[in-house]
Design a binder for this molecule. Structure first.
Ligand SMILES: Nc1nc2c(c(=O)[nH]1)N=C([C@H](O)[C@H](O)COP(=O)(O)OP(=O)(O)OP(=O)(O)O)CN2
Length: 150
């Protein structure tokens, strides 16, 4: 088994309503997301992906579609934390992503794990995610910590 990692960046604003500190206000981060998958290299000759576990380009396409396109330069807010009246009238509010959870690194990772896993072929496993919110703060999701209860 081999692990592959691809690194992504996106800019996003958020707020943590009810938080006892500055993060209760709308503020932005340059997020860095590290996505690690694992599988066995495909050594069937003649395929475009010969010798690869999974084409980095295919991993990029999944993460772009599921995470970067919807979240880059967006404002992520918890549902109910702000009236949504002006969204369609003001371009400044043109990219709000409403989520039912507090938009912390932890909850974002739980959401990302589901989105990425659902788009990977069965033979490829999502191993881990690492999300940097600042250069000194990051959260991690590991498949081994999140095994389904049987
Ligand atoms: N467990 C979590 N704690 C905090 C989160 C979070 O997502 N999970 N988020 C925040 C804020 O969004 C904040 O912007 C980031 O926190 P922090 O590392 O404290 O940011 P600083 O700029 O103060 O970092 P320094 O390097 O210490 O200056 C808060 N907590």
């Amino acid at each position: 088994m081999i692990r592959l990692t691809k690194i992504f960046r996106f800019e996003m604003a958020h707020a943590l309503p009810g938080y006892n500190g500055l993060c209760k206000h709308i503020h932005g981060h340059s997020y860095r997301l590290e996505v690690t998958i694992s599988g066995e290299p495909d050594n069937h000759s003649g395929h475009s992906s010969e010798g690869m576990v999974f084409d980095f380009a295919d991993l990029k396409a999944i993460v772009q579609q599921e995470i970067i396109l919807p979240l880059d330069h967006a404002l992520m807010l918890k549902e109910g934390s702000m009236p949504s009246f002006a969204e369609n009238e003001n371009e400044l509010l043109g990219k709000i992503v409403w989520v039912p959870w507090q938009p912390t690194c932890e909850n974002m990772l739980l959401d990302f794990a589901g989105r990425i896993s659902n788009n990977l072929p069965e033979r490829i496993r999502l191993c881990s995610l690492k999300l940097y919110e600042t250069s000194t703060s990051y959260a991690e999701w590991h498949a081994s910590d999140n095994l389904p209860v049987t």
